[in-house]
Design a protein around this ligand. Structure first.
Ligand code: AHR
Length: 310
């Protein structure tokens, strides 16, 4: 639409090209980097002009980016909201300016549902339920109770909220006898995941801890380092679940250092371009489109490792 397009109210250039403003979360994980690359490459392949802003895991930076996109009168705004709340004002401003907003990856609180067109991304609650299903089966015979540590993602983010809820929903439904020994945020990074795990170890020790549920690969990998430095064997002395499924995550699985991987798929750039084109064209779209994702246990790590794309 830029540089000579008519910029008509329906959006898009004469040649169908779009100006897209994309407020990304940050670069906190291999997943995130792969997601940015997928979206940047897909926009380029489709001939769209993508204005990319890295929010550095800071909501204020993302809000400023969205306001900037509104001022630039882009055709469509893509927002990957770092947390679920606090978006009402800026989403309302986009609506008032007649610029559609599409959520990529993460969601916003239900109260803001009317202020975006659609969300394309993972079903985080389902990811949590998948992790919970494996844990409930694995520890079903654990008569004296399963003692669990949880490394949560960024506080207030959709994946942290929903992965937690889905996981414990299944443990409760299955009647597992469990105890949450500790649960803290590691902000989806390896450094913070490691630091929180060190605190867990100092506070609780590792003897008698059965399971670590890490909401993403980076935190799980950081925790594995902390466990090794404490002289314990990750994957054996303590079982570990991670979410994402990066190459590094699968390699740790092949090395026997973790036990279950719930996939979170970042490669939805091409699908996102289709959604954006439909939205700008004014077509009806579903409110939520989940991306396809699998699960992998120890019997599958080695065969799957070469297939990983990030
Ligand atoms: O929102 C998706 C999550 O964000 C991924 O699981 C995590 O690695 C990323 O930081």
């Amino acid at each position: 639409a830029c540089g000579g397009g008519d910029g008509g109210s329906e959006g898009g250039g004469d040649d169908g090209s779009l100006v897209i403003g994309f407020a990304q979360v940050g670069a906190e994980s291999a997943w995130r980097t792969a997601n940015s690359t997928s979206i940047q490459e897909a926009a380029k392949a489709a001939g769209h002009d993508l204005k990319f802003v890295d929010g550095q895991q800071d909501q204020e930076k993302q809000i400023a980016a969205v306001r900037d996109f509104i001022n630039q009168q882009v055709d469509v705004i893509v927002l990957a909201p770092v947390v679920e709340t606090g978006w009402t004002d800026v989403l309302q401003e986009a609506e008032d300016a007649g610029i559609p907003v599409v959520l990529a990856d993460r969601g916003v609180e239900a109260a803001d549902e009317a202020l975006y067109v659609t969300r394309l991304g993972s079903d985080f609650a389902e990811e949590g339920r998948k992790a919970g299903t494996w844990a409930a089966e694995t520890f079903a015979a654990d008569a004296d109770g399963t003692r669990i540590l949880e490394l949560q993602g960024t506080t207030g983010s959709a994946p942290a909220n929903d992965r937690k809820a889905g996981f414990f929903e299944v443990l409760d439904a299955e009647g597992l006898n469990y105890e949450i020994v500790d649960s803290q945020s590691g902000n989806f990074t390896a450094e913070e995941g490691k630091a929180v795990m060190e605190t867990f170890i100092t506070t609780h020790g590792l003897d008698g801890i059965d399971l670590l549920y890490a909401h993403n690969d980076e935190m799980g990998l950081g925790a594995i380092q902390a466990i090794e430095e404490a002289g314990k064997v990750p994957g054996t002395d303590i079982q570990i679940i991670i979410v994402d499924g990066s190459t590094a995550g699968f390699q740790a699985g092949v090395d026997g250092k973790l036990n279950y991987i719930v996939e979170c798929n970042p490669a939805f750039g091409p699908q996102l371009m289709d959604v954006l084109e439909s939205v700008v064209a004014g077509d009806e779209v579903e409110k939520f489109t989940p991306v396809e994702e699998g699960v992998f246990d120890a019997t599958q790590f080695e065969a799957e490792l070469p297939n990983r794309q990030f």
